[in-house]
Ligand binder design. Sequence first.
Ligand code: 8YV
Length: 324
Amino acid sequence: MKPRARIVLSRRWPKRIEAILEQDYEVWPNTGDHPMSAAAIRQALRRADGFCPTVTDQLDSNVLRVPSPRTRILANFGVGFEHIDLDAARRSGIVVTNTPDVLTDCTADLAMALILATARGVVGGDRMLRAGDWSGWRPTHIPGVRVSGKSLGLVGFGRIGRALAKRAGAGFGMRVRVFDPQPPADEVARELGVEVCAGLDDLLETSDFVSLHCPVTPKTEGMIGEPQFKRMRPGAILINTARGALVDEHALAGALRSGRLAAAGLDVYAREPEVPSELTEIGRVVLLPHLGSATRETREAMGMRVKENLDRFFAGEEPPDRVA
Ligand code: 8YV
């Protein structure tokens, strides 16, 4: 019998999926479930056939410069892969895969949740009530802003952006405007009921809510900074479930403090798990700890998608979600 391939999981995965993996692989889990150090990752690359990282692992060119690695596949648990240097992986002859599709709906759901939470005082209201500060109903208590019928600008119109467009358009009657360097075909835009903006500035100037749905690349890093906040409608709300590095967090805090922005809903940060204190100090920001794909169903589906990539790769076939 062929020996089973040895794989390292950089974090604990849902129990059921770890058990399924163990049927076909020699699984080395990271029992402590802390982010792995560069040295521990290098050791894994020397000793395992496959390495399954998450967003908390930095696989830069330095880490990947392991002389004759045993690892031949980095099967990422997650759709975003900016933490992996694809060129360095290619140079070391390592294949890279990710997990698209399976987290689209849950991430779009969370973006919608942040739109509602920021607009309607969901978190502030809960906080006030628990603090014993609720003196009873009154017409002027926590005046939110209406979501239904407002305009929503989507920066990036891939899978998650499209899923949010459906929810916001069909469910909340929002006018959805999109900007993507690769704009959707006319029939796709028509079918999803979205208007395609001429550029980012056009989107920022015409949206009550702006929600980010693009990957971080050298081109998009810091793309929402002071000049962009100045272009946004006074009282607009920023939602970010994509990546923290898309936003200049200091400029965001400034735009919130000055009142230019009414609120922000954030699930991601530039230097996770660090969250700038100038953001935590502002009550009108809803801050979540990177929960986009955090449902039992989706985390299991992500694990199974990684397994599908591993299975195909170790069977000598092309893995379905190869990105390098
Ligand atoms: C994941 C995500 O939880 O898939 C992604 O890119 O942002 C999250 O939903 C995380 O990346 C796991 O690695």
